[in-house]
Design a protein around this ligand. Structure first.
Ligand code: PXG
Length: 291
C-alpha cells in the first residue's frame, strides 16, 4: 500500500516526497517538529502538540503559513488519506529554500511536511522487564544558547548522547544539565519514585515540556500519588525505588538499570505499573476523532 505524504501543499508517494538541498532545515537544522500518536482512530493530545509546534516556531521567528485549525485539518486529512487508525505522525516545518548563507530572510516559503506512518511498537517484554540506560557525558544545551523547550530540528546533542548509549549497549541515555542535575533523555522525559513520591525535573532546568509528562503528572494527581517537580542528581537516580521514561513514542517505559546499577528491586515498580495501565486507558479513551 502506498504511503501518502503531505509536502508543500500536495500529497505525494514516499519515493516522490523530497525537499530541496537548499532548504535551511537540511542545511542548518533551521525548523521545528512534532511527534504525535493516534490510537484507535483518535489523535492523542493533538491540540497540545499543535500549540507546542506554534510556540516552537514563534521562538525561532518562523511563521507557519497556516492557522492552527487548518493544520489540524491537514493532519486528520493525511491520516484519512492513508486509512490509518493507529499511527505515528511527524509534523515538520522548515525555514524552506534559501541560498547557501544563513540569513532566513532569503527563505520566503516555509515548508510543511506531514508524515503519517504505521506505528512500530516496542517489544511488549520491554515494558515488563524494563530498560537499561546510561548517564551520558553529553550535557543539555543551556537555555540561553538553544532553549531545550524549543522542539527544533537541531537534535545533534541528543544524537551524540544516543550514540553513547548505543556504544554501551543501553537503550537510552540520561542527559544532565550544565550543573549536573538530571534533565531528560534523548527523546523522553524522566521520572523517579522516592518514598512513594513521584519526582520529575522542573521545566526550568532545561527540558522539553513533554505532553506525555504532563499527562502522567495529571494522572498521578488523580490517583492520589504525591508528585514533586524538583531538581535531583544522579545519586537520587541510583537510589530511587522506581524510574521511568515518558514520551510519545515510548509512552511510559520502566527503567531497571542505570549505568549498570540496579534500580529498586530490578523490576518494574508498583507505581510505574499503575501509571502504564492508566496511561493506556487514557490513550484508548481520549483524542480527536479522525473519521
Ligand atoms: N524530551 C525530548 C528532548 C523530546 O524530544 C520528549 C522529551 C517527550 O515529549 P512528548 O511530548 O513526546 O511526551 C521528547 C519527544 C520519537 C521522538 O520518535 C520523540 C521526540 C523527538 C524525537 C523522536 O520518539 N520528542
Amino acid at each position: 500500500m502506498s504511503l501518502w505524504i503531505y509536502v508543500d501543499g500536495k500529497y505525494v508517494s514516499k519515493d516522490e516526497a523530497k525537499i530541496s538541498v537548499f532548504d535551511h532545515g537540511f542545511l542548518y537544522g533551521d525548523g521545528v517538529f512534532e511527534g504525535i500518536r493516534a490510537y484507535e482512530g483518535k489523535v492523542f493530545r493533538l491540540e497540545e502538540h499543535l500549540k507546542r509546534l506554534y510556540n516552537s516556531a514563534k521562538a525561532i521567528s518562523l511563521e507557519i503559513p497556516f492557522s492552527r485549525e487548518d493544520l489540524k485539518e491537514k493532519v486528520l486529512e493525511t491520516l484519512r488519506k492513508n486509512k490509518l487508525k493507529d499511527a505515528y505522525i511527524r509534523l515538520v516545518v522548515s525555514r524552506g529554500e534559501g541560498d547557501l548563507g544563513l540569513d532566513p530572510r532569503k527563505c520566503p516559503h516555509p515548508q510543511l511536511i506531514i508524515i503519517t506512518h504505521h506505528i512500530v511498537m516496542y517489544p511488549e517484554e520491554l515494558y515488563e522487564k524494563g530498560i537499561e540506560v546510561i548517564v551520558s557525558s553529553v550535557r543539555k544545551n543551556i537555555p540561553s544558547a538553544l532553549d531545550p523547550r524549543i522542539k527544533s530540528l537541531n537534535y545533534l546533542n541528543n544524537i551524540l548522547a544516543k550514540i553513547e548509549a548505543n556504544i554501551q549497549g543501553a537503550s537510552e541515555a540520561i542527559i544532565l544539565n550544565k550543573d549536573g542535575y538530571v534533565a531528560e533523555c534523548t527523546g523522553d522525559n524522566i521520572f523517579i519514585v522516592k518514598e512513594g513520591v513521584i519526582i520529575t525535573p522542573p521545566i526550568w532546568i532545561g527540558v522539553l515540556e513533554g505532553i506525555t509528562r504532563s499527562a502522567i503528572l495529571k494522572l498521578a494527581i488523580k490517583e492520589g500519588i504525591p508528585i514533586k517537580e524538583e531538581p535531583f542528581t544522579t545519586s537520587s537516580l541510583y537510589n530511587s525505588e522506581e524510574c521511568f521514561l515518558t514520551g510519545t513514542a515510548a509512552e511510559v517505559a520502566p527503567v531497571t538499570k542505570i549505568n549498570k546499577k540496579i534500580v529498586g528491586e530490578g523490576k518494574m515498580g508498583k507505581i510505574t505499573r499503575k501509571l502504564i495501565k492508566k496511561f493506556r486507558q487514557l490513550t484508548q479513551s481520549e483524542g480527536t476523532p479522525i473519521y
